[in-house]
Structures are given as C-alpha cells and as structure tokens.
Design a protein around this ligand. Structure first.
Ligand SMILES: Cc1ncc(COP(=O)(O)O)c(C=O)c1O
Length: 396
C-alpha cells in the first residue's frame, strides 16, 4: 500500500493533478534536500581532489552508483551514469565494433531514442535494420522476433514498456531467443524501471538503459547497465584515464572509463536518494497501486461514447500509461482543455513515437495520461470526469 501522506513530499500536487510522469516525474522533497545538501555543504568535484570536500563528494557519488546498481540487481562494474536513456542507447550504438552485414532488430513501438541511433548506424555504417511490427494494442510477440532473427543479428533493441500504449514487453523471452542466436539484447527500461521491479539478472539482457528524471530523480541523470563492459566509450577525457603521456593515453577501468568529464554530481546524488525513496515505498506496491488506478481510469474512459482508448485492456500486462483520443478533437486541444478546465497535466501528440503513430493511423497522436506512485483515486476520477465533460457525453 502506498501511504497517502507521501503527497506532502510533492508540493506541486497541491496545485495540479499531475498525470505526465511518463514524460518526467516529480521529485520528492528528500531528493531535493539531498541535492541541496551537496550544493550547500560539500560541493566539490568527484573522483579527483584529496581535500575533505572532494573526498565527501566522491564518496557520495560512489554511494549513489552503489544504490542504483543494487536497485536493478547489477554486479559491480556493470553500471555507468549517463545524462539520460538517450545517451545510454547512443553509447551502445557508437561503442560496439560493427561489421558490414551486421543486423539490428528493433520495433515500431520504440521511442525515437531507441530508433534514431540504429537508423543512423544503418545510414552511416550500412548495418541492416529490421523493425518488428506490433499487434493492434502494441503487444510485441516473441514469435515475431523468432521469425526474423538470423545468425547475422548482432543486437536486438527493444523497449520493456511502451511510453504510448503502456504494454509490457516479455523481454525475458526475447533474451532467450537472442542468446540462442548469439545476439545481444538491449532493453529500453525508461518506462519500466520507474514503475515495476526490474532485476537484470532475471531479465537476461546485455544492456539496460533508463532515465533518472522518470523515477523521481533529477533531470540530466540516466543509467546504462552493461553485462560485459567492452564498449568503446562515447567520450574520452578527464576523469576516465589511468595514464596520459605526450604520446598517448590508457583509459581506466570501472564506470569512470565511461564517465569522462565532470559528471552531474548533485544529480547522481539525487538519483541515489530517489532510488532509496522508491525502495522504501516498495516497487511491488508501486506497481500494484498504479495498476489499480489504471484499471479505474480504463473502466471510466470505456463508458464515454466519443472516447477511444489504445493499448492493452485492463487485464493486459501493462504500466500506468493510458492513451486515448476524443472523436473530433485534436489531442493537443484536449490537453489544453484538461489543463485549463481541471488543472490536469497530460501529454499530447506523437510522444516521440512517430512511426508507431503512423502504423496506428493516428496522424495527430493521442492524449496520454501517465501515473506514478503519488497519484490517487481522486486523480483518476478527476481525469475521467473531465474527459467526460470535454467529450460532451453526459447522457451515457
Ligand atoms: C520508452 C522511452 N525510451 C527512451 C526515452 C528517452 O528518455 P530521455 O529523454 O530521458 O533520454 C523515453 C522518454 O520519454 C521513453 O519513454
């Protein structure tokens, strides 16, 4: 059970009904306090100096790494901090030693950040790119992968949960197929890690990326898990070296190898605190709470005549992302009305998933309500009532 009083940790919730957590979540006061503490009391660079502030900052930065590593059950040395999921995916795309004829398989469900890096590889390095087609509700069947994977498939890059339709992809089954064919699996956990328990050991993936700002952490923080850290780093420079001479350099091991330049220190410390906050609530409880609210919203929207809801039904394996349209209204107009008339914040448009929208025939996209642990039954009912009013469907 999620205690109702956590809402006091998110002061914005007294002003608005926030249903846009798939875009970015709110950060609770303890996360903000932890970041301020760094800024006020021990601000110094991490991993470099020896004075006491530098040592404290370095220790807190390392602690943050540890907390996030344990949160997804990764081993030491398997986790790197990035700016966001996008940077993590680009690190994999640019860091693997691609060869002519390599194939990459991804899907039409992907966020642009898990599509463009592969398209660029296709255009620049001639890899063969294949896209799996989802079912009408966004579901991706492992048999679709089985049908196209070959010995040449180097990598499969697939989302764990759709940021448009909310469906959870059975990535564990994808992992098995990949490994039977000698292919690597990258899982985009941007929408799963913040909402459901994720254990990289159980998933069996080779890479997992996620963004701190969607899991109560600060913007500018992200994570790349690598089962076998062997990628060429995206950046080289200060902080990532073992030895530099006038003639050349040797890179260091560990996460520092991949984190050249001064990192987002307060952000990392905030992310570590966010993970602690989520753990204290319990990821199973967060998942259950969001599922209950999702079912309530889906049931409510199903009773409104002019509304069409996309994605799996209430019984499907899904997260709290609900996409819908109101017949005759542009999704952006609906979002503006929800804001103006009911202080409800939702996302509208293509959600950085244009190919999926084209596939679904939704030229203007959808309205998307997305949940996090701080949402309540009152939020769910407020949304349904406001949509009913906008849809002008009082009779039903
Ligand atoms: C599924 C998915 N992948 C990747 C991203 C990109 O995340 P970021 O913008 O934090 O890099 C998002 C963001 O919405 C997403 O939902």
């Amino acid at each position: 059970m999620i205690p109702a009083d956590i809402r006091k940790d998110f002061p914005l919730l007294s002003e608005v009904c926030y249903l846009d957590s798939a875009a970015t979540s709110l950060s609770p006061e303890p996360v903000l306090q932890e970041m301020l503490e760094y800024e006020r009391r021990y601000r110094a660079n991490a991993g470099r100096g020896v004075h006491r502030l530098a040592q404290q900052a370095s220790q807190k930065y390392r602690d943050a790494h540890e907390k996030v590593r344990k949160f997804i059950h990764a081993q030491e040395g398997e986790l790197v901090f990035t700016r966001n999921s996008t940077e993590a995916i680009n690190t994999v795309a640019s860091g693997l030693p691609w060869q002519n004829g390599d194939e990459v398989i991804t899907s039409l469900v992907e966020h642009h950040s898990n599509l463009l890096p592969w398209m660029r590889l296709r255009d620049r390095q001639g890899i063969d790119l294949r896209l799996l087609t989802p079912g009408p509700d966004g579901t991706l069947d492992p048999s679709a992968l089985e049908a196209v994977i070959t010995k040449k498939t180097r990598l499969v890059a697939i989302t764990h949960a759709s940021n448009v339709l909310g469906n959870v992809v059975p990535v564990g089954e994808f992992a098995k197929i990949c490994h039977d064919h000698g292919a690597l699996l990258l899982v985009d956990g941007s929408q799963s890690v913040p909402h459901i328990p994720v254990d990289v050991e159980q998933l069996g993936c080779d890479y997992l990326c996620f963004s701190g700002h969607k899991m109560l952490g600060p913007t500018g923080t992200g994570v790349l898990f690598m089962k076998n850290p062997g990628l060429e780093p995206l950046l080289v420079g200060g902080g990532s070296i073992e030895q530099v001479t006038a003639a050349g350099y040797t890179l260091t091991g560990g996460y520092e190898r991949y984190e050249a330049g001064t990192p987002n220190i307060s952000g990392a410390i905030g992310l570590g605190r966010a993970v602690g906050y989520l753990e204290a609530l319990g990821m199973e409880d967060i998942q259950r709470h969001e599922q209950d609210l999702t079912r309530r919203i889906l049931a409510g929207l199903a009773g409104i005549g002019n509304v069409e809801v996309f994605g799996p039904g209430p019984a499907g394996d899904r997260i709290g992302v609900i996409s819908f349209t109101i017949r005759g209204l542009n999704p952006h107009d609906v979002a503006v009305m929800l804001d103006g008339e009911a202080d409800i914040m939702v996302r509208s448009g293509h959600h950085c998933c244009m190919p999926l929208m084209q596939h679904l025939g939704l030229a203007d996209g959808t309205v998307r309500a997305s949940l996090h642990c701080y949402n309540t039954i009152e939020d769910a009912d407020l949304l349904v009532d406001a949509v009913r009013k906008i849809a002008g469907d009082w009779e039903r």
